[in-house]
Design a protein around this ligand. Structure first.
Ligand SMILES: Nc1ncnc2c1ncn2[C@@H]1O[C@H](COP(=O)(O)OP(=O)(O)OP(=O)(O)O)[C@@H](O)[C@H]1O
Length: 320
């Protein structure tokens, strides 16, 4: 095979992008560095090279190989102002619902202080292996690869790590072999500490979802978490109200143990989109405890998760 200097055959603007060019038996192969180019520019370059080389007598077929063509992996962070509001439950169900919408989803459980995703996905006790000094995510029956601190440390062992150490551990979870995953959901630790800020700055998620219960205190904390995302320059996709409205399993009567509509009102006040509300339902808790996720189904329980995922899906679409 004979290598050719691209500059001798292509105009300078195209040649600058070509890292290797060979012509043999009428077949030209051009390797193009497509890093940082959008789909349209990549298409334009591919066509221009094919057209230019195709005019040569010694070329009957041109192949253009675009490198760095890897899909850009987007990170979506799920945060809350305080613990226990259902952030992990929401993240796991959104992962399943977004996968149903065609995304290749992976999940990082960055909640170093209370990792719960291994239980939710039923893959606790499995240890991720390392390849080339990077972790390989742990598979789950439902098809979502997951990496959690809970996979790395003994269950129940409290992690009294300080900021930088926790930050480095989290980097390993995110900078892992996610392969064809295009959408990585990150279940952040609750609150607005250094770990969260470091994370947001280091990995710059495409957007963030905030979850809160309708309780006043949770709402105040959620607003504070919103400021943290603002500070880090991460757009907030919207707010979710969890544990809204309780249907009595005996008589079906609805009650609102944590109040009603508080998150939607807060979203209006903060000028943020409201993505939807998830009812307080025993089946959601039971499902999480035994590794069956409501969003995997298509019944009433699954519906709110699918509706919220659809809004996130549209938001993602509007960014590209
Ligand atoms: N809508 C709901 N209905 C019933 N139970 C729920 C609901 N959402 C969450 N739960 C339950 O509430 C508990 C706390 O939820 P979860 O672990 O998702 O919260 P969290 O905000 O991630 O908490 P932490 O940050 O402390 O891990 C779990 O037992 C979960 O199953």
């Amino acid at each position: 095979m004979s290598s050719t200097d691209p500059k001798t055959l292509l105009p300078p603007s195209l040649a600058a992008r070509v890292s290797a060019l060979t012509i043999k038996n009428g077949r030209a192969i051009a390797v193009v560095d497509a890093a940082g180019l959008g789909a349209k520019d990549r298409g334009d370059i591919e066509r221009a090279i094919s057209d230019t080389l195709g005019q040569r007598e010694d070329v009957s077929e041109t192949r253009v190989v675009l490198t760095a063509e890897r899909k850009q992996r987007r990170l979506i962070a799920v945060g809350s102002g305080k613990g226990g509001v259902g952030k992990s439950t929401l993240t796991a169900n959104l992962a399943v619902a977004l996968a149903k919408l065609g995304h290749k989803v992976g999940l990082v459980d960055a909640d170093v202080y209370g990792p719960s995703q291994p239980v939710i996905f039923g893959n606790q006790g499995q240890k991720p292996v390392a390849r080339d000094e990077k972790l390989v995510p742990v598979d789950s029956d439902i098809g979502i690869p997951v990496l959690s601190m809970g996979h790395l440390v003994e269950p129940g062992r409290a992690l009294a790590w300080r900021g930088p150490m926790a930050g480095n551990a989290l980097s390993q979870l995110i900078d892992a072999h996610w392969d064809d995953v295009d959408t990585l959901l990150v279940d952040l630790p609750p609150g607005t500490g250094d770990v969260q800020l470091t994370m947001l700055q280091r990995f710059k998620p495409m957007g963030a979802v905030l979850v809160s219960t309708p309780q006043d205190l949770a709402l105040i904390d959620a607003a504070r978490a919103g400021q943290l995302f603002d500070q880090a320059g991460v757009p907030i996709i919207g707010l979710v109200e969890n544990m809204a409205g309780y249907a009595c399993p005996h008589c079906g009567e609805m009650s609102d143990p944590f109040g009603k509509g508080g998150v939607e009102t807060a979203a209006q006040r903060l000028d943020l989109p409201f993505l939807g509300r998830i009812p307080l339902d025993l089946a959601i808790r039971e499902g999480s405890d035994k590794g069956t996720l409501p969003a995997a189904g298509d019944d009433l329980l699954a519906q709110p998760f699918h509706d919220i995922a659809a809004k996130i899906h549209s938001w993602i679409g509007a960014q590209s």
